[in-house]
Design a protein around this ligand. Structure first.
Ligand code: GLV
Ligand code: GLV
Length: 324
């Protein structure tokens, strides 16, 4: 029987091409947007699917997994993060879950550095200033920013992406690198003379730029809260390209209003796609609609990876990116 694949939304065409070339039938949701829980449930039982491509915007929780037909052998998440999937529930039903690591590391790191530079150099504020017709001539005191050369980068999470951010900022901008993670990263230490700290507080107290690169887990939800924001330097900038709920967004608003920290650059939001309105009223916040992996090249490689994971699983081999 022809194997059936369901995709919750259109992704770059290469995935479909690869799956069709493998002889599978591919059904792509025709909705231009995220499927609601009910839409997802009914879509998943339309055919005896063998594989599902899900997005980080699909909540594949135990309830959704329970509604999937038993024929589903693999859920290929089109993202490196997989907090949207109840992996244990999937595994309990004998399903493989895969993600798309590595191919997006450089892209996300570049985007993170771009956000850091945008916030430090006040580029978004300058852009708005001109568009609002306020530019009347060079001004010695206009929109003064912050140098980052020689300053201190504090990483919360030093996996692949955090390490790549450190590499760019240490080698390109001479930044000193401090990091906190569940364990030391020797490669990062030798590549960037990075210093390990066992507590987040120590990193927050010393860093001029704090960049978050942890997965969203029960233990990292609100990792940045009111108390920890108070530990940061008054002149520090907080950058988040990981997952929104890692930061208590209301606490961040309060800290920015009170001048506890200098600014923030956010690619992700606690209540995504909603953004806490007060954040948007603050000039020292740079916001971006979850774009850190959004280059043509990387999104195509992610599509290839998701398709490969499905094909390998359905052909009885081991998916290269099966979550342990
Ligand atoms: C994007 O946020 C991803 O996890 O790939
Ligand atoms: C996160 O998954 C990373 O690659 O750092």
């Amino acid at each position: 029987m022809t194997k059936q694949i369901f995709m919750t939304r259109r992704i770059p065409a290469l995935a479909e091409e690869m799956l069709r070339a493998a002889g599978y039938e591919v059904t792509v949701s025709t909705k231009d947007g995220v499927l609601t829980r009910d839409e997802l449930k009914s879509a998943l039982v339309e055919k005896q699917y063998d594989g599902v491509v899900s997005l980080l915007t699909d909540s594949i929780d135990a309830d959704i997994i329970a509604t999937m037909p038993p024929s589903v052998k693999i859920i290929a998440n089109y993202a490196v993060g997989f907090n949207n999937i109840d992996v244990a529930a999937a595994r309990a039903r004998g399903m493989v879950v895969t993600n798309t690591p590595d191919v997006l590391t450089a892209t996300v790191a570049e985007h993170t550095v771009a956000l850091i530079l945008t916030a430090a150099s006040r580029i978004a504020e300058g852009d708005r200033f001109i568009r609002e017709g306020k530019f009347v001539g060079w001004d010695p005191l206009l929109l003064l920013g912050m140098d980052i050369k020689g300053k201190t980068l504090g990483l919360l999470g030093a996996g692949r992406i955090g390490s790549e951010v450190a590499d760019i900022l240490h080698k390109g901008f001479g930044m000193e690198v401090l990091y906190c993670d569940t364990k030391p990263n020797e490669m990062l230490e030798s590549a960037c003379a990075a210093k390990f700290f066992a507590t987040h507080e120590e990193v927050l107290e010393k860093a001029d730029i704090v960049s978050i690169h942890v997965p969203l887990l029960p233990t990292t939800q609100h990792l940045i809260n009111a108390e920890r924001l108070l530990r940061m330097k008054k002149n520090a900038i907080l950058v988040n390209t990981s997952r929104g709920p890692v930061v208590d967004e209301l606490a961040l608003v309060e800290a920015l209003k009170a001048g506890t920290i200098r600014g923030a650059a956010l690619d992700v939001f606690e209540f995504e796609p909603k953004v806490t309105p007060e954040l948007l009223a603050l000039p020292n916040v740079v916001v971006n609609p979850h774009l850190a992996s959004a280059t043509e090249g990387t999104r195509t490689k992610m599509a290839e990876m998701a398709a490969t994971n499905i094909i390998e699983t359905l052909e009885g081999r081991t998916a290269p990116n099966a979550l342990a």
